[in-house]
Design a protein around this ligand. Structure first.
Ligand code: LMR
Length: 396
């Protein structure tokens, strides 16, 4: 039966970890997969998470099934975190939501929901977008098109190109937007640009699908949800996929949220029944553990404050690493101006170098990052930054 199947190449992002592990160069640097790392290159368990684990160990008294919608306290806590306590869509009971196995699970549930609602829908994604958006959404059977987003030559957003493309989108189509810390470019919309996206959505009647995987890593927990809150407040329907992998450091626990702003409380009930049936038809119910930890953290004032501080520490460390890399590149005499790295947000930067230069960085210097020239800023340290800057200057 399986002899008809071809061997597939390694995943463009996850495959980098395997290649990195196999590399014997002691100076090697891993700037590939998007995981936060501390100065020692470790991905720590957050202290707030360790404390929540201890509480859960005391409190959990059964391993029986949870429901397809997941841990209700997690869902409530996440919706408040994303939208604030008094968001009109929440107060009007217009939001359906399920806990999902990671942000990926959330994206897939929402793609399946779109497919059930209208299989002819086109989903518009930014050019470029996170590589895994394409299979996650496309494998649900939806057509994907791209809108311009990033101008490599100018190392910034091509907003004119983006907005004029969005003004051509068909009524009922879906537009995938990154709420903050755009993956892979790190180039985010300003608040003013979000307003214009809102106007385009109203004018063309497209449905925004907001992926929020890096909340808190850009400018702050409140600031990073500006665009999301704006769209959810002013539009009848919005799809939201959130991840707790990065900001809670719960990567392997697979914890995310799929939420849908619907037109009315009645519609909410119908959509809720649909997403639960979708979850049941794929994996029955999400893993409970990560959601239970987030529930504990978000409902305990002291733990929540500790978690907020930890997010803020991760964010400021990444901001200072950006500044460090830019100054090292200048110091080593880079022929290109990399100051745009300081303007980019979150975990990723697009170095805007060619694929050949990216391969040279890997082959000649054992510095691993995605072919598009996306680097994980958190993989830089005071130890490796000189080597990294020298390698970059050399391949330029
Ligand atoms: C990334 O973009 O590197 C992360 O979101 C990990 C992944 O699954 O690709």
């Amino acid at each position: 039966m399986f002899e008809v199947l071809p061997q597939l190449p390694a995943d463009p992002i996850l495959g980098l970890s395997t290649a990195f592990k196999a590399d014997t160069n002691p100076a090697k640097i891993d700037l590939g997969v998007g995981v936060y790392k501390d100065e020692n290159g470790r991905t720590p368990i957050l202290n707030s998470v360790i404390k929540a684990q201890q509480i859960l160990l005391q409190k959990e008294d059964s391993k029986t099934y949870i429901t397809p919608q997941g841990v209700q306290g997690f869902i409530d806590g996440m919706l408040q975190l994303l939208l604030g306590n008094s968001h009109p869509a929440l107060l009007a009971d217009r939001i359906s939501a399920v806990q999902a196995p990671g942000g990926c699970g959330a994206l897939r549930i929402l793609a399946e929901l779109i497919k059930r609602s209208n299989g002819e829908t086109t989903v518009w994604v930014s050019d470029p977008t996170w590589a895994n958006h394409i299979p996650l959404i496309g494998n649900a059977g939806l057509k994907i098109e791209t809108y311009p987003y990033f101008d490599k030559a100018a190392a910034g957003i091509n907003f004119e190109g983006m907005i004029s493309a969005l003004k051509q989108v068909k009524k009922g189509d879906v537009v995938l937007l990154h709420a903050c810390c755009h993956n892979p470019t790190g180039a985010d919309l300003t608040n003013e640009q979000w307003q214009q996206v809102l106007e385009a959505a109203k004018e063309r009647e497209f449905i925004p699908f907001v992926d929020i995987a890096y909340l808190g890593f850009g400018d702050g927990l409140e600031e990073d949800s500006y665009g999301l809150r704006l769209l959810c407040e002013n539009l009848p329907e919005v799809l939201v996929a959130a991840s707790c992998s990065k900001n809670f450091g719960l990567y392997r626990e697979r914890v995310g949220l799929a939420a849908i702003v619907t037109q009315s409380a009645d519609q909410r009930k119908i959509v809720q029944s649909q997403i639960q049936a979708i979850a049941r038809g794929i994996y029955s119910m999400p893993p409970s553990y990560g959601g239970a930890l987030v529930d504990i953290i978000l409902h305990d004032d002291a733990l929540k404050a500790e978690w907020q501080n930890e997010v803020s520490e991760m964010r400021t460390r990444m901001q200072s690493l950006r500044a460090l890399l830019v100054s090292k590149l200048q110091e080593k005499g880079a022929s290109k101006d990399f100051s745009f790295i300081n303007e980019q947000k979150g975990m990723f930067s697009f170095l805007c170098i060619s694929p050949e230069q990216v391969i040279k960085m890997r082959d000649d210097f054992s510095v691993y990052f995605v072919d598009s020239s996306r680097v994980n800023i958190a993989g830089i340290s005071t130890e490796n930054v000189d080597y990294l800057a020298e390698a970059l200057v050399s391949v330029l």
